[in-house]
Design a binder for this molecule. Structure first.
Ligand code: NAD
Length: 379
């Protein structure tokens, strides 16, 4: 099997490349080596060059993309700009890379007809759901609207029933939940996945949009201040800095370990797995941000303050965790890593790297300047 991975030098792509190559696949990687993720002047690592042919280039380069697709059986499209907060002001860049980049790939597929291509896999995100699914005592399964700045400024962080405005309880979100992204990043992921699935259907190819939850683990960028809460927190704690927690710290995410994400993606690439559909990829368990912060401080035995500030970012969701029954039924996939074990593995790896100021404060200042981060009731 010949696999083309766009964004293959990134966190998920590099682990996936190694995994597929280990199973005998021939892997080609197309990646710009974005300085925000890899640092200025980065090169492909020796380890990656051992498992894949690494091409430095842009998904928006139509001629290059077309040439690389000619040889591929499977396209795994991971290249993207990935910061939720940053997407709310770097709008043109996010539109260009995420939506236009996908359009260019599809244009090359439709018009240049790569002869061996059988399957398209695109990295989507839980961000396409916005708040996702909740249970209302009176109205059953509901999909709350995005939270308003007025509510959050008053410390009312929990989403409410869209019908009666009463409290609701988070449920595992299924793929049947409607799209409702609350960030431009989420919107670009929605468009990406709809484009890929539509063309897969039309062209008679297999197509999977993998809605990854919050992926973490060894190998994630420790220098990107725009995304990756575990990397950001561990960096700050190791520098002896306190953690300022958004909202009331009870916002939660489904943290899914990198090996489980690679496994889910690799099984979807297998030639006996067919279909055209979106699939959730998560652990199915939600963990709140305060628990994460406390666990990181405990791990490093650090004497730093964890302060709940009440500040909030527009575009953030409150809770989301995945119902993974669809991918399990289709492929047999089951996550293997608990959050406790995965966090230990991540922090042990992070410790082998120097903790440095990577500009997290600057990333927050960029949001504040544009009114996208606000002080809350306790700040
Ligand atoms: N990591 C997560 O928690 C998570 C969650 C949901 C979805 N996703 C999606 O999964 C995919 C991979 O995420 P990741 O965590 O590995 O991110 P990453 O930032 O580590 O990797 C993305 C890679 O894409 C490359 N890239 C960026 N722009 C490019 C362009 N124009 N042309 C070619 N390459 C380009 C970057 O250099 C980088 O190597 C992304 O599409 C992301 O949106 C990730």
């Amino acid at each position: 099997m010949k696999v083309l991975i766009t964004g293959g030098a990134g966190f998920i792509g590099s682990r996936l490349a190694a995994r597929l190559a280990g199973q005998g696949a021939t892997v080609t990687i197309l990646d710009t080596l974005s300085p925000q993720i890899h640092g200025v002047g980065a090169a492909f690592s020796g380890a990656l060059e051992k498992v894949a042919t690494c091409i430095r280039g842009d998904v928006c380069d139509r001629a290059l993309v077309s040439q690389l697709l000619m040889d591929a059986h499977v396209l795994v499209h991971l290249a993207a700009e990935t910061g939720t907060g940053q997407s709310m002001y770097a709008v043109e860049k996010y539109g260009q890379v995420n939506m236009q980049g996908t359009a260019i790939l599809l244009d090359a597929i439709v018009n240049d007809k790569p002869p061996n291509l059988k399957k398209l896999i695109v990295a989507s995100s839980r961000a396409v759901y916005g708040e996702g699914e909740y249970q209302c005592a009176a109205h059953g399964r509901v999909f709350p609207h995005a939270r308003t700045a007025v509510d959050m400024a008053a410390g009312r962080f929990e989403p409410r029933c869209p019908v009666c405005s009463k409290s609701v309880t988070p449920l595992a979100t299924t793929e049947a939940a409607p799209f409702g992204p609350s960030s431009f990043y989420g919107l670009t992921k929605q468009v990406q996945e709809q484009m890929v699935l539509m063309f897969a259907q039309t062209l008679g190819l297999d197509g999977f949009a993998l809605r990854y939850q919050n992926v973490y683990g060894p190998g994630q960028s420790l220098t990107n201040p725009y995304t990756g809460i575990l990397a950001i927190f561990s960096n700050l704690v190791r520098q002896g800095k306190g953690l300022n927690i958004f909202e009331d710290g009870r916002e939660s995410r489904d943290f899914v370990f990198i090996d489980d994400v690679v496994e889910a993606t690799a099984v979807c690439a297998r030639d006996d797995v067919h279909g055209v559909m979106a699939l959730n990829v998560g652990s199915g368990v939600r963990t709140d941000v305060l628990e994460v912060a406390d666990a990181i401080v405990r791990y490093f035995k650090a004497n730093v303050q964890v302060e709940v500030t009440g500040a909030f970012r527009l575009g953030d969701i409150r809770h989301n965790f995945a119902d993974i029954s669809r991918i399990s039924a289709l492929t047999g996939f089951q996550p293997r890593w608990s959050f406790a074990d995965g966090l230990r593995a991540f922090l042990a790896w992070a410790e082998t790297h120097t903790a440095a100021d990577v500009g997290f404060d600057r990333s927050l200042a960029e949001l504040k300047e544009r009114g996208l981060m606000r002080s809350g009731a306790n700040s």
